[in-house]
Design a protein. Sequence first.
Length: 194
Amino acid sequence: MLAERAEAMIRNWWVVVLRGVVALVFGVLTIFNPGLTVAVLILMFGAYAVANGIFTIVQAVANRHGERHWVALVVSGVLSVALGLLTFFMPGVTGIVLLYLIAAWAIITGVTEIMTAIRLRKVITGEWLLVLAGVLSLLFGVLLIVFPGAGAIAVALWIGTYAIMLGVLLIALGFRLRSWGRGHGLGVSARAAS
């Protein structure tokens, strides 16, 4: 059962890489434009949360066979999409409310990533990258809760730094999964490799 989950995750390594690329692009845009208005930052976060949620749902559905905990990833993805859509439909939400929503989202994402890595630790190598990504998400969420009064530019820099670090970790994990799969004869389909 766990081996099937790992094999499915390895076959779909590119979804992990795409999540990382989206996070990295969002982070770089945020770091290089920290003076963006709060409204633009909210919309950028909304786009990122929707994209991340969609990729998380795709990953969970692709890995659902033989895995009884795949629903947790789907829930995390749905929450991410919902949070992203909320920012589009209610852009006037105050900065502090958005800050707490982002913090809750980061904590939930971190917990699901750590849970996934723990379940896969005996099947694949390199799961520590997913644990590190989960810990980073948790720490980011806690920092936002502990220091909610930080200025908009400081929050933009925190969000950008978090997204860049998370993106790099997810990209590294995706390519590690790809290499591990090739090294263990699982093969990567020509469609996924392109």
